[in-house]
Unconditional design. Structure first.
Lengths: 487, 324
């Protein structure tokens, strides 16, 4: 099925998630849709698969305009989407999951459904036991089941969102094989949404690149990975002027740190961050940088190796103990992980303070919070609840709650979702921290931010950490190579 | 106790359990669609009162049941509307309705206490009622008991063997995935909340017209909470739920027997017996030992055993669903 998107727009208030995207997908081919987080890929694919209506623009299927009222409607018209977390029913049996929504007959016809399911699965090389319950299956098997459901529902266009995250190498091979079968033999159209450029190069014949809600280009594949990276991130900017600073003694030392999760192994990280230094981790999401950050915060015990804080071995210490020893951690999910929605600013301060008293000194804490509100330029009152603050103010509140002095400050996406002024102010606050000798280690999806604010940069790709590069001397080309996984 | 006495006790257990079974089946359908209707206690008081009064005034117990079902549907409809349409807490609305139903039934029914009215007549099923043991237990009862028994199997069949039942369970387990398969989640939830409410209403009238005939202030107080507890105890399965209701009735009867045998122990202590048993069973089913026991069984038995023994609430129980 030939798919044409014409001038697709999707606005959420003032945010333009998709801003006039037009592209064409031919049958029988595998396409890639790439772009950084927040580039608008998921929004576009949700529109194409009927989960969200566009603000404007048209979808044409084989030249005919189509309007989807729901995902089920989109599937009936030939477009199906496989989510990273498959939309199945974990407590159900495979066969019940397959039958749900299949037809309008009252009685379930298990016999023919079983035969159909098994036949369709084996056509694509999947082995599925219809009587197993879904929560006993691996991620790869659940994915296969969901694909079979979409194909049985008549999908001619299949959208796969990060399908290789969390599945085994063997399952990955089966998946790729089935994708080739769908396109080459059956003339279906497949769209792969992925951060993993090697896979994109291996599978797809053409990549569409999104940046900040716009289509910035297309590229025949395979090509040099840095060409894609450059399109994804844009031209790298000049380093902004920033206060010069002399580095102090080593604060954080990682020695042969290895982290194992069931999805990813991060082997042998060796790293020293010194007092007053700003160290940036770059790389596509899920490449291991967040795991290293969590290991430093005591949230992810390393499988082997040593973590030292100011010369003291802190390997295996928990989060709270590290916190008491001067490690601050600001997670990406401000309201999810960092703040408590219904509590006031003063109550947050009381919770964050290291000394715990049974009776709370309300006037004292309110005064202290008022002072911090002024210092950190938070638009709010001591009585305001955290969820009533804007994103920028929530971020400043998180910084305001960090205790001083800190030895090490760990940050995830410190300016994600902030406008330019809030972002600038956030970095000003961070620079003030380093004057106290705090070492700052941060991850960001925004390469501009990493280059502009770091002293040194390490790039993660597929779990491996690159050599450490000096932010003043690096080039877009060099980082592009490293993000693509080349040394 | 001789044999015929024992049979009589057992038959009365079945009779006593029948309203609970009806309410449990209704609430199971509601909860498996993702809505928790906590108003059962108030609903049953209101519908017991309404059913009795309508039966008395019209001298027709069928009309009594009908009126009781409508009362149940109104209460459930308020829970559904408040939670689905207005986005309010299901727990809060249900709880308030439970309290409201208690006082409202006392107020509206105050002129009808301790009167005699319409009663469901006994109606043994020819031939079947003459079977040994099961005959007197299940087939020499009346229409309410037969309805409860049939309802258990129909509910089970509906949940597990029909497309509609699959959609109902889907709405309660993972509404986003059900929506992706074309299920109108909120419509399904409205439907089964109100249907469940109708059954709870019928259960209330089943007390006032059949099991605990008549009306008095606080007549069936507590039985709504018992039904809610049995839903959990029954693992949201109608067959296990019915078993739970019978077990509850049996331990109650046992408590009476024990009370007679040990007159020096307070009756209150024996009344706690069913709850103690339920907690023990829930702990046993949820423990690691059950899993170890299942793993020790032959491989082909493990899957059916796990399905029978596993207790897990519908994943999306009590949560709101928004499309898109």
């Amino acid at each position: 099925m030939r798919v044409e998107l014409r001038d697709i727009r999707k606005y959420f208030g003032a945010v333009k998630a998709n801003d006039g995207i037009s592209l064409t997908l031919e049958p029988g081919k595998i396409y890639a849709l790439v772009g950084e987080n927040g580039a608008g890929k998921s929004t576009l694919m949700k529109i194409l698969s009927g989960y969200q209506p566009p603000t404007g623009g048209d979808i044409l299927l084989d030249g005919q305009p189509a309007r989807f009222h729901s995902p089920a409607d989109a599937l009936a018209k030939g477009v199906g989407m496989l989510y990273q977390d498959p939309l199945d029913m974990p407590p159900f049996r495979v066969i019940d999951n397959y039958l749900l929504g299949r037809d309008r007959r009252l009685r379930l016809d298990y016999k023919s459904a079983r035969a159909e399911l098994v036949a369709l699965a084996s056509r694509y090389g999947f082995a599925i036991d219809p009587n197993a319950t879904i929560d006993s299956l691996s991620m790869g098997e659940r994915q296969q089941l969901e694909l079979v459901r979409l194909l049985a529902g008549g999908a001619q266009v299949l959208i796969l969102d990060e399908p290789t995250t969390g599945i085994s190498a063997e399952q990955k091979e089966i998946l790729f094989e089935s994708m080739h079968k769908m396109t080459r033999e059956e003339g279906k159209t497949v769209i792969l949404v992925s951060h993993k450029l090697e896979e994109v190069q291996e599978l797809c014949i053409y990549a569409y690149v999104l940046r900040r809600g716009k289509l910035v280009g297309g590229q025949e594949l395979p090509c040099a990975s840095e060409a894609l990276v450059e399109m994804m991130f844009g031209q790298l900017p000049q380093r902004s002027r920033r206060p010069a600073f002399t580095l102090g003694t080593p604060v954080l030392e990682l020695q042969d740190v290895t982290i194992n999760t069931y999805q990813l192994t991060v082997p042998d990280v060796n790293l020293t961050v010194r007092a007053g230094e700003v160290f940036g981790f770059a790389g596509l999401e899920g490449s291991g940088q967040r795991l290293v950050l969590q290991a430093c915060a005591g949230l992810m015990p390393p499988g082997k190796g040593h973590v030292r804080l100011g010369g003291q071995d802190v390997t295996g210490w928990g989060y709270h103990r590290l916190q008491q020893h001067g490690v601050g951690y600001v997670a990406a999910g401000r309201l999810e992980e960092g703040l408590v929605a219904g509590l006031s600013l003063t109550e947050h301060l009381i919770l964050a303070r290291p000394e715990k008293q049974f009776f709370i000194d309300w006037p004292g804490n309110r005064a202290a919070m008022t002072e911090r509100i002024a210092t950190y330029q938070i638009v709010g009152q001591p009585e305001t609840t955290a969820d009533a603050l804007s994103g920028g103010n929530q971020q400043r509140l998180l910084f305001a709650l960090l205790n001083t002095p800190l030895k090490l400050l760990l940050l995830e996406h410190p300016t994600r979702g902030l406008d330019v002024r809030s972002a600038d102010y956030t970095w000003q606050l961070l620079y003030n921290r380093r004057a106290d000798g705090t070492a700052i280690l941060f991850i960001s999806a925004d390469l501009d931010e990493i280059i502009a604010h770091s002293d040194r940069i390490a790039v993660f790709s597929g779990g491996r950490m690159s050599r450490v590069v000096d932010a003043r001397e690096t080039t877009a080309d060099e980082l592009g190579h490293l993000i693509g996984g080349q040394a | 106790m001789n044999d015929s006495q024992l049979i009589a006790v057992l038959a009365s257990i079945v009779l006593q359990a029948s309203p609970l079974i009806i309410a449990v089946c209704g609430e199971i359908m509601t909860e498996r669609s993702g809505v928790v209707n906590l108003s059962l206690d108030g609903t049953m008081l209101m519908s017991a009162m309404t059913g009795f009064v309508v039966g008395l005034r019209t001298d027709n117990y069928w009309l009594g049941f009908l009126a009781a079902a409508v009362v149940g549907m109104i209460f459930a409809g308020i829970v559904a509307l408040g939670s689905i349409r207005l986005g309010q807490s299901q727990v809060a609305i249900g709880f308030v309705l439970a309290l409201l139903g208690d006082d409202l039934s006392a107020f509206l029914g105050q002129n009808y206490t301790r009167m005699s009215g319409a009663v469901v007549p006994k109606a043994g099923i020819p031939l079947l009622k003459d079977l040994p043991v099961v005959g007197p237990l299940f087939f020499d009862q009346n229409i309410v008991v037969y309805f409860a028994i049939v309802l258990v199997f129909v509910t089970w069949w509906w949940l597990n063997r029909t497309q509609a039942g699959l959609q109902l369970r889907g709405a309660g387990e993972r509404p986003t995935a059900a929506f992706a398969r074309g299920v109108n989640v909120n419509r399904v939830r409205y439907l089964y909340t109100i249907l469940g409410g109708a059954l709870v209403g019928i259960a209330g009238a089943a007390y006032s017209l059949n099991v605990k005939i008549g009306w008095s202030d606080g007549h069936v107080r507590g039985f709504g909470w018992i039904a809610l507890a049995i839903v959990i105890f029954g693992g949201w399965s109608p067959i296990r739920g019915a078993f739970g209701a019978l077990l509850f009735g049996a331990t109650k009867a046992l408590a009476t027997v024990l009370q007679r045998a040990f007159p020096e122990v307070s009756v209150v202590a024996f009344n706690a017996l069913p709850w103690l048993l339920m907690i023990l069973v829930l702990l046993a089913v949820g423990s690691d030992y059950t899993e170890r026991f299942i793993t020790a069984m032959p491989h082909s038995w493990q899957r059916p055993l796990r399905r029978v023994l596993r207790v897990s609430p519908p994943m999306a129980l009590g949560t709101a669903f928004h499309e898109g």
